[in-house]
Design a protein around this ligand. Structure first.
Ligand SMILES: NC(=O)c1ccc[n+]([C@@H]2O[C@H](COP(=O)([O-])OP(=O)(O)OC[C@H]3O[C@@H](n4cnc5c(N)ncnc54)[C@H](OP(=O)(O)O)[C@@H]3O)[C@@H](O)[C@H]2O)c1
Length: 346
């Protein structure tokens, strides 16, 4: 007997590292996913900011799409190329899901919030890997999704495809969560790990930039802005708060010196940039700060660009999850897992 297959048509807005990772997963593992889940995920449209857009209602040829990333002509050279803007593509292209994978703006959440609202207006589910909408408008977007009977997925906004939000929201359902602490920025963890091996801050940062972990302007990572955005998402998603990134007390790692790292090591401790959200009476608070942890602490053992989260609950005590926090395929997997979850939960 053959399993019935449901087709899930996806409009992908943003075709950078994550969009590419998602398309690569479908190209390499789409057939297995279809057999395992009964869901046939097809990308029917892709839009970018400067490299054009393409539509094929039957499903874009993934080999051509992936090859286009390396071509100067971009998507404009593919069959089905269009000049339509992303919101017009969402309005006019039949699909089940819009995947939002554009640049993060932690001040406005745009253009991502508009893309997500366009999806709901067109009767589609929305999935984002972009921290902006989840850090700035999570409760509003959840309510708008519920009002139109659609799903809003944002698993990839914290710890990429490592199922941090899903673990807390589904696996720990029935527990009360009172605190979440974690290493949610791989760049800073890589820098601190290199400093433990004897590098000074500037050399460790240069190494992170050379390996592609840190951007040319590393401010968003090293001053804790990225972690503060993720702390706001954790507070809002897991503790029901309505915090914005600016509400998160924030301190980065740029002031940590080689002497600080050596002093911690001499005391049997390690510096980690810890994002923490916790209940304080009837309030939810959030902070990002470099923190000295005993070497025996589960988060102290997390080195390199890896991320980790400890979720403190009433019934289970602490649950710690360790895994990748970035990367095109690792974050593309978050999109796949959100798509499969939305069909599973329907
Ligand atoms: N990379 C990771 O490891 C990772 C992990 C977790 C979450 N994220 C988040 O996922 C999102 C995508 O990350 P990425 O690494 O793929 O970024 P990226 O490589 O910079 O790609 C961003 C894509 O968005 C497109 N874009 C920007 N503004 C747009 C607009 N107004 N309309 C249509 N397309 C637009 C860009 O167009 P052009 O191609 O024309 O430039 C590009 O294709 C970001 O929000 C990021 O914070 C990334």
């Amino acid at each position: 007997m053959t399993t019935p297959v449901t087709t899930c048509r996806v409009i992908l807005i943003g075709f950078g590292a994550v969009g590419h990772g998602f398309a690569t997963i479908l190209a390499q593992h789409g057939e297995r996913l279809r057999r395992q889940s009964g869901i046939d995920i097809r990308i029917v449209a892709v839009a970018t900011h400067s490299r054009g857009a393409v539509i094929d209602p039957a499903g874009i040829d993934l080999a051509g799409l992936l090859a286009s990333a390396g071509h100067a002509g971009g998507l404009a050279a593919l069959p089905g190329a269009t000049r339509l803007a992303p919101t017009d593509i969402i309005r006019t292209t039949p699909a089940e899901v819009v995947v939002e994978a554009t640049w993060t703006d932690l001040a406005t959440g745009e253009p991502a919030i508009s893309h997500i609202r366009a999806a709901f207006a067109a009767g589609m589910h929305a999935i984002t890997v972009n921290k902006g909408p989840a850090a700035l408008a999570l409760q509003a977007l959840r309510a708008e999704a519920a009002a139109c009977g659609r799903h809003f997925g944002f698993e990839g906004t914290v710890m990429a495809g490592t199922p941090s939000l899903r673990l807390a929201l589904e696996g720990l359902q029935g527990c009360a969560i009172h605190e979440v602490r974690g290493i949610v920025n791989g760049t800073t963890n890589f820098i601190l790990s290199q400093m433990e091996r004897g590098m000074d801050y500037a050399t460790a940062l240069a190494e992170a930039q050379r390996l592609g972990y840190a951007e040319a302007d590393p401010t968003g990572d090293v001053e804790g802005f990225d972690a503060a955005g993720k702390a706001a998402i954790l507070a809002n998603a897991l503790l029901g708060a309505a915090l914005r990134p600016a509400d998160v007390a924030r301190q980065g790692i740029s002031q940590i010196t080689a002497a600080d790292v050596a002093a911690a090591a001499a005391a049997g401790e390690r510096w980690r940039l810890i994002a923490r959200v916790w209940r304080d009476a009837d309030q939810v608070r959030a902070a990002v700060a470099p923190t000295r942890l005993a070497q025996s602490h589960p988060l102290a053992g997390v080195t390199g660009a890896t991320n980790a989260l400890t979720i403190s609950t009433d019934l289970l005590g602490d649950v710690t999850l360790i895994g990748p926090g970035a990367g095109g395929v690792a974050t593309g997997f978050a999109i796949v897992s959100d798509i499969l979850a939305l069909y599973r939960n329907r």
